[in-house]
Design a protein around this ligand. Structure first.
Ligand SMILES: C[S@@+](CC[C@H](N)C(=O)[O-])C[C@H]1O[C@@H](n2cnc3c(N)ncnc32)[C@H](O)[C@@H]1O
Length: 413
């Protein structure tokens, strides 16, 4: 029968498949599976899970995770008197004999997940939107977010910065971008995707750097460790070991990025003075005149994808004197009768885009005081530059908890 198979391109199925590949919590998968079956995990839904999620993952999905998902799937189907596919019972029985219950695998073990950025119809005009409307980024990560494996997990702010890069590619393309505390390297992979002219990723943890390189290779990017300009290679990403505590001024002066980025790097008060010094040094760089960019960039987006306000000037939000050399305007424009929002970014010097979940207010206030002492300014852009939601299936990702800030020098000219 033609209607027997669910279509993997239909949003409910696409979301279920994407959540499975991203190793979303298994309860979340069951909720998405119910949507596919209009209320229950019917045989049709199970067949979709079997052929598109389990079989296609080719044994690469973390076994304890798959075992837990199968258990919940069987329980859910039985509760609703839905027959369970033999294949699903058999695979679960196999895991029952192979894996002890409650064993989630070694805490330091790496797992493979895949983040799918899903572009809605209105994004087709974006240069970052692939023809398939889906950008898949494979990542090797740790199951354990803490205890030395901090940089091997995907933190929510890097998902947010990635959405910003993919939603506003014109702000990053042909610009030199430098990330501090890059972790798994997701932001860098997105920057390479939108064709930043240079992508430099850094971290102060060696095992994080090794894991990041695995991820860059999985996305077919070539890796460099030096910072010298080499032959233009859009697929080249530089990875450097850069602990903030020991980063020397001379070393930092060697980088002349247009945009510095950081995701979830404001959490340890001990490291913050060093992080702010690094940001200050990178922001104080001026390019030789020939390379200096003092330009406007215009990005037109459908109205639904941006915060809608009348002209809004970030730099003039506060004190005129604290002009941070960066101005972002949002204004409604009318093209061929279609309403859209234009984001106009004008820049006079390098700027830093920092995304963060504020977990501890005291730590964040300490960061603000250090920023002020370093003669830097910080502006909250969260309500101004809102990326569209490219991860609609990811229920574990609480994008409303993330703030986006611009940091720049007080007196950049
Ligand atoms: C919370 S993780 C965020 C990782 C990544 N940006 C993300 O959002 O997924 C913080 C990152 O900063 C790095 N980091 C922490 N302290 C650092 C330091 N003092 N110098 C350099 N990197 C540091 C860690 O190794 C880790 O990769």
């Amino acid at each position: 029968m033609a209607d027997e198979n669910l279509n993997p391109a239909d949003p409910p199925c696409l979301h279920l498949l994407s959540a499975f590949l991203a190793i979303e919590p298994t309860d979340s998968l069951i909720a998405l599976a119910r949507v596919c079956g209009e209320g229950s995990v019917t045989e049709r839904v199970q067949r979709f899970i079997w052929s598109h999620c389990i079989s296609e993952s080719d044994g690469k999905i973390h076994a304890p995770y798959l075992k837990s998902f199968l258990k919940k799937l069987i329980t859910e189907a039985e509760l609703n008197d839905c027959p369970v596919l033999d294949e699903i019972y058999e695979l679960y029985a196999h895991y029952m004999t192979q894996l002890k219950d409650g064993v989630a695998g070694k805490e330091t073990a790496r797992i493979n997940k895949c983040i799918s950025f899903i572009f809605p119809n209105e994004c087709l005009q974006l240069s970052s939107c692939p023809k398939s409307r889906k950008l898949l980024i494979p990542l090797q990560c740790s199951l354990n977010m803490l205890e030395g494996d901090t940089g091997c997990s995907v933190w929510p702010s890097s998902l947010y910065l990635s959405e910003c890069i993919l939603a506003f590619p014109e702000l990053f393309s042909n610009r030199s971008c430098f990330e501090v505390g890059s972790g798994v390297g997701l932001v860098g992979i997105c920057l390479a995707h939108v064709k930043a002219s240079e992508v430099i990723l850094s971290d102060g943890d060696m095992s994080t750097l090794a894991n990041m390189k695995v991820n860059l290779e999985a996305s077919h990017l070539s890796i460099g460790t030096d910072v010298q300009k080499t032959i233009e290679d859009p697929k080249r990403v530089k990875c450097i070991y850069l602990p903030w505590e020991s980063a020397g001024e001379e070393q930092l002066r060697g980088f002349k990025p247009d945009i510095i980025m950081g995701a979830d790097v404001i959490y340890d008060p001990v490291c913050l003075p060093h992080l702010v010094r690094v940001l200050g040094s990178l922001l104080n760089q001026t390019k030789p005149c020939s390379e200096k960019q003092n330009e406007n960039r215009h990005v037109s987006l459908p109205e639904s994808t941006c915060a809608t306000r009348d002209i809004f000037n970030v730099a003039k939000q506060g004190n005129e004197d604290s002009s941070n050399g960066f101005e972002a305007f949002l204004g409604k424009t009318e093209t061929n009768g279609a309403s859209s929002v234009a984001v106009v970014v004008s820049r006079k010097g390098p700027l830093a885009l920092i995304a963060s979940v504020i977990r501890n207010v005291d730590t964040f206030n300490y960061f603000l005081s250090l920023i002020d002492k370093a003669s830097l300014t910080i502006t909250d852009l969260t309500e101004t530059l809102k990326p569209m939601n490219l991860l609609p299936y990811m229920h574990s990702y609480k994008r409303s908890e993330i703030r986006l800030f611009i940091v720049s020098c007080k007196h950049s000219s």
